[in-house]
Design a protein around this ligand. Structure first.
Ligand code: NOJ
Length: 710
């Protein structure tokens, strides 16, 4: 069906719908919470969507919707398939978004999307609540693992790619599903990083920093957008017509449907206290431009009353239903209510290979005094609480890590922890490998530091794996203290005192304030949550079977009190380069864009043509191994009408080079790349001086610079 046919069919359906059927179409039912009977009742009434229901239960709901509701409009099933279809225990589990963002490679995001879509579609479902396009700037926030990191440009590139992977070219494709860009907007920026609290933000800032990834999502054709829990300067996101109507539909031209987050309508009454009744809340939510209401089933009766009472026009419901039906028709749901998917694809070889590749590319080597890759060792000790904890390695949103599902469940798909990965590579090299947990991540669960020291005493190298665990990750799990929890630092100190080289590995949901566990180690490797094969990827990096190519998508703080610390901050009197707190050195411990491999890259010959906006730089692999460099381009607007970031990423490209090989990497930039949002909230490129910076990371010393005037 082409767009005209879709539009005609939508109008035809709308004309036949009663007011009740329109209100029902706007409601999304949480199957596990309301139960089977109630779900089937809603299906008969014509509810538009259900969430968190799989397999035969979903099929039954669909059958009832089609055969027993008056108009037989099929429902769409939504699921949190966040890094793989993780709530199904047969699925392929990828690195988290944050770990995948370390690849700085949109092809990795695309592959994640494509594989996830195929597995979700094979489960009979249509829609994933992914990707998260919030920015991870205040890393105390519990959901940083779900973001693509701190930068709007990188998050937008990765986000657009994963959306294309989920949705493909055609929403009716049997192996593709709907994506949902969330949480619109500024959710991660809540004061004090308290999940779902107020965000003190202006619309200017929203447009400058937080909107660009959503713009890329809309340009990539994202079919749905989810609002956020929080509020902007006291106005809950869910009832904010400026951001939903004027900006999202008006400026960005979004033509899919908007879904609220979980129970947002009731929260207006119960948590945010801006409405006295569900009816008042429903009026505001409908009029602000929400098309589908997640879980607040009170909305149904409330909005019917409101239309009858004149507080909401029926056209508001028509618009919402139009948006939903348009997507249902574009999916060809009426002819094919269940996607075929690809039977047998769950955890198939092809999918596992993609998960392995993503894990390999997400390893970030942040320091190395030459100990890595390990050579000539006879005995390796793998120590630490996260060395053999598959739950910590998987991260949030999987079947057996999600508290509401099943913490005790054992994974049924293959996986490799760091311990197993190192053991396997040691065995292949006839190297002895020993293991000791040492301590737990949380206080008081387990402690045998002395035992770990004994185990490691006569090793030639120690691989120490520290980090965080599931109870410290996710919604409502914000941390005020990012330093290593439990006795992990003591474990490091005790091992360090042995005089055996220590390689510290971080398996965690986000950058922790690792301090001397990284700076006094012989090497420091950041692995975040690598999914099934995260541990194998670490082992391969440690032994040099891969040349680590990951770069940080997020800054590491020196201490909790320094957070938020992100590279594209605004300049000020007392925060100029080199000026830190009176009790803490300046800048992050590890910066955005940072990461090394076993081959250094040398930059030269930066050129920029301000007529054509073409930039180029020469990059040479000065090492002895083939390697992949991520060439990063930043700019600074030297004098501007509003204060602009000290630097902002505007492009990046990867080059894989043989030892001694050089390449000229070119960027086709545009005038808009050098723009800002002025005080009238317009995107403009102001005349004056600019600095273009290209190099290895966001660190000043890593960048070649050239100035020009526009
Ligand atoms: C609430 C979360 O904020 C959102 O990200 C998720 O998609 C929904 N719950 C549905 O589970």
């Amino acid at each position: 069906m082409d767009n005209r046919q879709v539009a005609a069919r939508v109008e035809e359906l709308l004309a036949r719908m009663t007011l009740e059927e329109k209100a029902a179409q706007m409601v999304q039912i949480p199957y596990p919470f309301v139960g089977r009977e109630e779900s089937l009742r809603w299906a008969k009434m014509g509810a538009g969507s259900f969430l968190h229901v799989l397999g035969d239960e979903a099929r039954e709901v669909q059958r009832v919707a089609i055969e027993e509701s008056r108009l037989g409009i099929p429902v769409i099933f939504g699921i949190d398939a966040i890094h793989g279809h993780g709530l199904n225990d047969h699925a392929t589990i990828f690195p988290t978004q944050l770990a995948a963002a370390c690849s700085w490679n949109p092809d990795v995001a695309y592959a994640m999307g494509e594989v996830t879509a195929r597995e979700v579609a094979t489960d009979g479902l249509h829609w994933t609540f992914s990707p998260v396009l919030c920015l991870g700037r205040d890393t105390r926030w519990g959901r940083v693992n779900e973001t693509f990191g701190e930068d709007p440009y990188l998050a937008g590139e990765m986000g657009a790619a994963i959306i294309k992977g989920y949705q493909g070219e055609d929403l009716s494709d049997d192996e593709r599903i709907l994506a949902c860009a969330k949480h619109y907007i500024g959710y991660g920026e809540a004061v004090g990083a308290r999940d779902s609290c107020d965000t003190e933000m202006t619309y200017r800032k929203l447009r400058e920093v937080f909107l660009p990834p959503f713009k890329k999502a809309v340009d990539a054709g994202v079919a749905s957008i989810m609002t956020a829990y929080g509020s902007i300067d006291g106005l809950p996101f869910t009832i904010d017509p400026i951001s939903l109507k004027d900006i999202l539909r008006g400026e960005l031209g979004f033509d899919g449907f908007v879904v609220t987050d979980w129970d947002n309508v009731n929260s207006l009454v119960r948590r945010q206290h801006v409405c006295e009744t569900a009816e008042e809340a429903s009026v505001l939510a409908a009029n602000a431009g929400n098309d589908m209401i997640m879980t607040s089933t009170e909305f149904y009766q409330a909005v019917l009353n409101a239309v009858r009472g004149g507080q909401v026009k029926e056209e508001v419901l028509d618009d919402a239903v139009r948006h939903i039906l348009t997507i249902k028709l574009r999916m060809n749901l009426f002819e094919k209510p269940e996607k075929k998917g690809r039977p047998g694809c769950f955890g198939c070889e092809e999918h596992l290979e993609k998960a392995k590749d993503a894990a390999d590319r997400s390893i970030v080597l942040l320091s190395n005094n030459g100990v890595l890759p390990l050579r000539g060792v006879k005995k390796v000790a793998v120590i630490g609480p996260n060395a053999d904890d598959i739950r910590a390695q998987y991260g949030d949103w999987t079947y057996f890590t999600h508290p509401r599902l099943n913490m005790e469940h054992e994974p049924i798909r293959p996986y490799v922890t760091v311990k197993e990965g190192v053991e396997n590579l040691c065995a292949a090299r006839s190297v002895e490998c020993v293991y000791h947990r040492g301590c737990s991540v949380l206080d008081g669960e387990y402690e045998d530091i002395a035992g770990a020291v004994e185990t490691a005493r006569d090793a030639d190298a120690i691989v120490l794996v520290v980090g965080d665990v599931i109870p410290q990750v996710g919604e409502e799990k914000d941390r005020a203290v990012l330093e290593l929890s439990g006795r992990q630092m003591e474990l490091f100190d005790a091992l360090r005192a042995l005089g055996v080289p220590v390689v510290t590995v971080l398996v965690a949901s986000k950058p922790l304030a690792v301090g001397r566990a990284a700076t006094q180690a012989d090497a420091f490797v950041c692995a975040f949550n690598g999914g099934m094969f995260g541990g194998e990827a670490v082992a391969k990096a440690v032994f040099g079977e891969i040349n680590p190519s990951g770069r940080l998508p997020i800054s590491f703080p020196r201490a909790s009190g320094q957070v938020p610390v992100y590279y594209n901050h605004l300049p000020g009197w007392h925060c100029q380069a080199g000026k830190g707190y009176c009790d803490l050195a300046a800048g992050p411990l590890y910066a955005f864009g940072e990461g090394m491999g076993y081959s250094p890259f040398v930059y030269s010959d930066l050129a920029f043509d301000r007529e054509t906006f073409k930039a180029s730089v020469k990059v040479t692999n000065a090492g002895e191994r083939p390697g992949t460099e991520t060439v990063q381009a930043y700019f600074n607007d030297v004098v501007s009408s509003v204060i602009t970031p000290v630097r902002q990423l505007i492009a990046f490209k990867q080059a894989t080079l043989a030892p001694g090989e050089s390449a000229v990497v070119e960027f086709a930039l545009s005038r808009e790349d050098f723009s800002l949002i002025n005080r009238k909230e317009q995107r403009v490129t102001e005349p004056g001086e600019f600095v273009l910076m290209i190099g290895h990371s966001s660190r000043d010393e890593d960048l070649l610079k050239t100035s020009f005037r526009l």
